[in-house]
Ligand binder design. Structure first.
Ligand SMILES: [Zn+2]
Length: 262
């Protein structure tokens, strides 16, 4: 995706926005038709709606644990999300294996996913990965691709006001119900894996937890209900090999930061 067809640039021009940005970690160019301000506004609104629609856990110990992990990750993300209004919410759905982060610093994690994790480090890896999708603006990029497609189809209906667009927005940010099977591309997943590992390591969590977590996910895939996570984040051997290769790169960051929290 280094170069975009002229027709997409035309689509960007039609909407009156500049068309491209670059992901700092990898230098990859991305089609971008959504402004950070719009992205954040919708993120904050959608999170409130999700909290109304989904049971929130009242388990004090579990909440304290997730808040503690969340605070450390938020500090590690720091200036990469300068306007974040951080909030970490545990959704009480034991059969839902899922987690997401929205622009604006809103993070949801389901008890089904927490039960599958074996350590705080694994949860930190998941949260870091989701926040990395936001800092890399992957949801906005997917939304932009959808807008470009809509422009090309002469069905310009940009915005999140009507329910169809809202469903699309949710799917683009990995919280979809109706269009929940919109998988992140391999390049998005690789970026989020690497950046998420860096966030976790700066927060004092062992980056090797990514390897153990995804190995477990790979074993679990193919069975179980409510595993929304797999539709947006497909586990694979290829991914585990890449994580095993990446983890040593982030170990020194972990070693330098773990002392701050022990
Ligand atoms: Zn992902």
């Amino acid at each position: 995706m280094k170069r975009f067809p002229c027709v997409l640039v035309l689509a960007a021009w039609l909407i009156g926005l500049s068309g491209c940005t670059t992901v700092p970690e990898t230098g990859r160019r991305q089609l971008m038709l959504v402004s950070p301000a719009d992205e954040m506004k919708t993120g904050l609104t959608e999170f409130e709606k999700i909290k109304k629609d989904t049971p929130v856990s009242r388990d004090p110990a579990l909440n304290a644990r997730i808040q503690s992990i969340g605070r450390r990750i938020a500090a590690a993300v720091g200036r990469e999300m300068p306007n974040a209004q951080w909030e970490f919410v545990v959704f009480d759905e034991p059969k839902t294996v899922n987690a997401f982060a929205l622009p604006g610093g809103k993070v949801g994690i389901y008890t089904g996913l927490i039960q599958l994790s074996s350590s705080d480090a694994e949860i930190a890896i998941v949260i870091g990965h989701e926040i990395a999708h936001v800092t890399s603006r992957h949801g906005a990029e997917r939304m932009s691709q959808g807008i470009a497609a809509a422009v090309l189809g002469a069905a310009v209906a940009v915005g999140t006001e009507n329910s169809k667009n809202r469903d699309y927005w949710r799917a683009a940010y990995g919280v979809g119900a109706t269009l929940g099977t919109l998988a992140y591309s391999r390049s998005h997943e690789s970026e989020a894996d690497a950046i998420g590992m860096r966030f976790a390591a700066y927060a004092g969590y062992d980056p090797r937890a990514a390897v153990s977590f995804w190995k477990k996910m790979d074993q679990q895939s193919g069975g179980g209900t409510g595993f929304k996570w797999f539709s947006t984040h497909p586990p694979s051997r290829e991914r585990i090999v890449e994580l095993e290769r990446l983890a040593p790169k982030y170990l020194p960051i972990f070693e330098a930061n773990r002392g701050r929290f022990e």
